[in-house]
Ligand binder design. Sequence first.
Ligand code: XMP
Length: 517
Amino acid sequence: RILILDFGSQYTQLIARRVREIGVYCEIHPWDMEAEAIRAFAPKGIILAGGPESVTAEGSPRAPELVFELGVPVLGICYGMQTMATQLGGRVEGSDVREFGYACVDLVGKSAFLDGIEDAVADDGVLTLDVWMSHGDKVIALPEGFKVIASTPSCAIAAMADENRRFYGVQFHPEVTHTKQGLRILSRFLLEICACEALWTPAHIVEDAIARVRAQVGDAKVLLGLSGGVDSSVVAALLHKAIGDQLTCVFVDNGLLRLHEGDQVMAMFAENMGVKVIRANAQDKFLSRLLGVTDPEAKRKIIGRTFIEVFDEEATKLEGIKFLAQGTIYPDVIESAATKNGKAHVIKSHHNVGGLPEDMAFELVEPLRELFKDEVRKIGLELGLPYDMVYRHPFPGPGLGVRILAEVRKEYADILRHADHIFIEELRKADLYHKTSQAFAVFLPIKSVGVVGDARRYEWVIALRAVETIDFMTARWAHLPYEFLEKVSNRIINEISGVSRVTYDISSKPPATIEWE
Ligand code: XMP
């Protein structure tokens, strides 16, 4: 396994995902990881990742000295390369300007690291590599034992190597897809230089997770809140395979789900797979508590609290439950760990069961804790979950509750559910579903005029929202074809009584958010 030390760059998770994609298990830890913990981790190689600071600034982070003393290969990327150079006796020159973008580096000199990996041969016979560069600061003097292995006109030391100690540094980012040979470069480091084996495959992950769950749980009973989302569904499938009937799932129908969603969850898990699922039909409870509430945050709180209450009621009815399973995934773990370290990361509030009463005293089972979302999806497929389920768009915990821009009423929820269903169905038919990252309808509490026959009728408005995004932090509105939008609009207005107008949201994030509330 590989240890990745994080200096605070947003690229660190991407590095870890690439390493796993290559089939090598890795973990991200903060740059100031204790020496003892590093020894216990026993890495076969270490990657020093990027970071926002300048190594020339006083008090900027440094890698633990142990990293260079363990005798394992080390790869420094960007800041990682600069701190490596500084700590081993080289020099880094600071700069206020940061440059990002494509660069074509010349591969100068031979190295076990980059030999045979090139994109082109320049006129003068020099091999070149197209990379995504980010530099402001740069290494201007090599530490002893190092040589230059790549350079550009503006960055003479774009990559460096100490073949004896197997220390390598690159100023560019091999983890981003803009660096075309990036995966080959990382593979070279991991599989050849560190001599790791590519064993981290979906089948292996499942096998490993099953063994660990069995070891942790023994013959005790486990409870899982199944929402129908990807993470909890994969946990259900995994635990069912690992411990069969020891697993009981509780599915809470809050009345704010997508059309037929509750029935689909029951069909897939209870009927097809034979998972024990208790369906709590709590629609009335949720809707009665939401009566008269229009403030979005208040709605979120009510929905969250009521969920926990209903879940608890079901849980207390069950006898002898010892464990509570959760669909926590690796990015959640890294984010909370990073904040503990005092680093400025945004804390995400999870919709996972967070407020169970202490006296229930469950132990946690979190079989996805070490997995990235793409790995969770892959093992979902491996476990036999349908592709359409595993690659479904995200759906917020409060569901349609935050897509009704008014007090939540059953009448509104029914209209919205229907409109949403038409939109999604047409996206799938037109093969556009997977070209958008998230798509849904929003209920606007506005009466707009329409004509039916000779009469003027004042009816509700539905807004359609579809976005393209990678990380959901920024998003572009999806440029769906006009003919497609026309068809969806016609269907919604014709098939749903009470709607006379459909609009399409053309705002991007930022400044607009993806959801309307
Ligand atoms: P925004 O609207 O913040 O959405 O741009 C970003 C992503 O988060 C989802 N989202 C939520 N998910 N509970 C959730 O579980 C919530 O309260 C919530 N609000 C937004 C949203 O659907 C999008 O995927």
